[in-house]
Design a protein. Structure first.
Length: 163
């Protein structure tokens, strides 16, 4: 299953649906993570907040390929995308294991295919380095075998057919 998470205008959904199984628009119309960790312990992979992200851990956790499209925000994900990813912490368990000689949370849904992150907007050289490091860490933490970071100047430069 291929999932696209994006912070673009919702009108992009039609184009994205043609190349993916599910499209999630990070429109910010949901609560940020409260840090209660019930999605880890009490109700695995299910958020206690009953909004559009109630099952986001399951949805993202079962994706073979994940594509995240985000505006650059000081070398990180735009706020709506970051909030969405924070709410998906239930993809892993609170238990830890070694992967690549490093301690990481145990994956709830096992290994996956490819994580692709497409970043647009004004990006400095230092921010590019931050993005490279962050995408690699996301790849490991989310359990993806490979990753790709694509940096474009504007969302208008995005060629959906090349994703």
């Amino acid at each position: 299953m291929r999932i696209i998470i994006h912070d673009c205008n919702g009108s992009q959904d039609t184009k994205f649906k043609e190349i993916s199984d599910e499209v999630i628009w990070a429109n910010g119309k949901y609560a940020p993570c409260q840090g209660c960790f019930e999605c880890w312990t009490k109700n695995p992979a299910t958020c206690k907040m009953k909004d559009s992200l109630h099952e986001i851990s399951r949805v993202i956790g079962q994706a073979d390929d994940l594509i995240i499209i985000s505006k650059n925000c000081y070398g990180g994900y735009d706020t709506p995308v970051k909030n969405l990813l924070d709410r998906a912490i239930g993809m892993s368990t609170p238990m830890s294991t070694y992967r690549g000689k490093q301690m990481h949370h145990t994956l709830r849904y096992g290994k996956k295919g490819k994580l692709t992150v497409i970043v647009y907007g004004d990006i400095s050289e230092n921010e590019k380095k931050t993005w490279e490091l962050m995408v690699e860490r996301n790849r490991i933490n989310y359990g993806y075998e490979s990753k790709e970071l694509v940096i474009i100047d504007s969302i208008e430069d995005l060629e959906v057919s090349n994703i």
